[in-house]
Ligand binder design. Structure first.
Ligand SMILES: Cc1ncc(COP(=O)(O)O)c(C=O)c1O
Length: 382
């Protein structure tokens, strides 16, 4: 059976060019970038050339890109770093952030190190800017706001310009989890009112276990990990040279074909939405996921018009039919805790219907969409 992979917001298949360059680097470039001899210097050159390339693509300075093990480490380094190194005492976030943001913030609040506030959001997943201003003016404590650019479950795109400007107007630093943005949207971090951002290579056909943090220079952020002085003291530990080189190649390929890929994916998502609406009367979409202006072209989060009992075997059925997608709602088989994002965006009643996230890459085709929709229809009618 041919598998259909529509879980690209979870991770993407590695590009062959990326795997090749990683393999070559592993074989030929084994030096420690911190060693001063020739073999070490070769590795250092590869790391610095990747840093320069990535910084250039994102409109920032090379020293503002710090390599990490992925999105989680980048988010943690920023959020824990601003508290421990920059004296931030008040953090505002939203209840629908990724756990890589929510869990460190909950931990900091539990330790009594920060006051933590959650901005109100509407059913699309968009924060209420009036509420944000209310929270920003609530205390005079040094503040940071953390709001993700694109939501990884429902795909909502935030107006990062307006949010960042508001934060800066009220003297708050601004961190945005850009994990679902880097490699998928044009992104000039230097032009945006963002102080910190996070990326993970495996979301844009790069290797797993590598990513980067953007930290605007002069913010004074320090390292989360204690050890060596790598990454200008911002991230201790020997750099994973082959991963970094693989990420550079993945980013290069992603931005070379960005315009064509975006057109392709917008068309694919439009086709998918149209077919779902035609074949499944009563279907609903979570967040703004059926709106191509407000949500990313890579994600459709749908809710089926079936009840809790009927929903029980849905995930099993999709898997059995070779469709690899993510489930979302609180009430499905195999889901112990459900999605905190959907729990927040949906009413209790809405959350009783099963949700599924389809997330696309250019490897997906309209034929695959036909099969997915037919499989859903078959399940509903069974
Ligand atoms: C929005 C967002 N932030 C952070 C992460 C965590 O990234 P990583 O798995 O590279 O640590 C993910 C991955 O699922 C994500 O989608």
């Amino acid at each position: 059976m041919e598998l259909i992979y529509v879980d690209n917001a979870a991770t993407t298949a590695i590009s062959p060019e990326v795997a090749t360059v990683m393999h070559q680097t592993l074989n030929s470039c084994y030096g420690n970038p911190s060693s001063v001899h020739a073999i070490g210097r070769t590795a250092r050159a590869k790391v610095e050339s990747a840093r320069k390339f990535i910084a250039h693509k994102l409109g920032v300075l090379p020293k503002e890109i710090i390599f990490t093990s992925g999105g989680t480490e980048a988010d943690n380094t920023v959020l824990q770093g601003v508290v421990h190194h920059l004296g931030i005492k008040h953090i505002i976030t939203s209840p629908i952030e990724h756990h890589a943001v929510l869990h460190p913030l909950e931990h900091l609040a539990q330790q009594g190190l920060i006051q933590l506030d959650y901005v109100s959001i509407d059913s699309d997943g968009t924060p209420d800017l009036e509420d944000l201003v209310r929270l920003l003016t609530r205390t005079s404590a040094p503040k940071l706001v953390s709001l993700m650019y694109v939501n990884n479950e429902v795909g909502t795109i935030l107006d990062i310009q307006s949010i960042g400007r508001l934060c800066h107007k009220h003297n708050a630093l601004f961190h945005s989890d850009t994990v679902q943005v880097v490699g998928h949207f044009p992104l000039n971090l230097g032009d945006l009112p963002i102080d910190f951002a996070a990326a993970a290579a495996h979301k844009f056909h790069g290797p797993k276990g590598v990513g980067f943090m953007y930290a605007r220079s002069k913010t004074g952020l320090g390292s989360l990990l204690m050890g060596g002085a790598q990454e200008r003291g911002m991230r201790a530990g020997t750099e994973a040279v082959h991963d970094i080189v693989g990420m550079e190649m993945a980013l290069k390929l992603a931005y070379e074909s960005l315009s064509n890929d975006t057109t392709y994916l917008k068309e694919l998502k439009t086709y998918c939405l149209g077919l779902l609406k035609e074949k499944i009367p009563g279907i609903s979409f979570n967040g703004a996921s059926d709106n191509l202006e407000k949500s990313t072209h890579t994600i459709v989060s749908l809710r089926l018009p079936i009840d809790k009992k009927k929903a029980q075997l849905l995930a099993f059925h999709m898997d059995l039919k070779g469709i690899c997608c993510s489930k979302g709602s609180a009430c499905q088989s195999g889901s112990e805790t459900g999605s905190h994002v959907l729990q927040h965006l949906l009413s209790e009643r809405e959350n009783e219907s099963p949700s599924i996230r389809l997330s696309f890459s250019t490897h997906n085709t309209k034929d695959e969409i036909d099969t997915i929709v037919a499989t859903l229809v078959e399940y509903i009618n069974s």
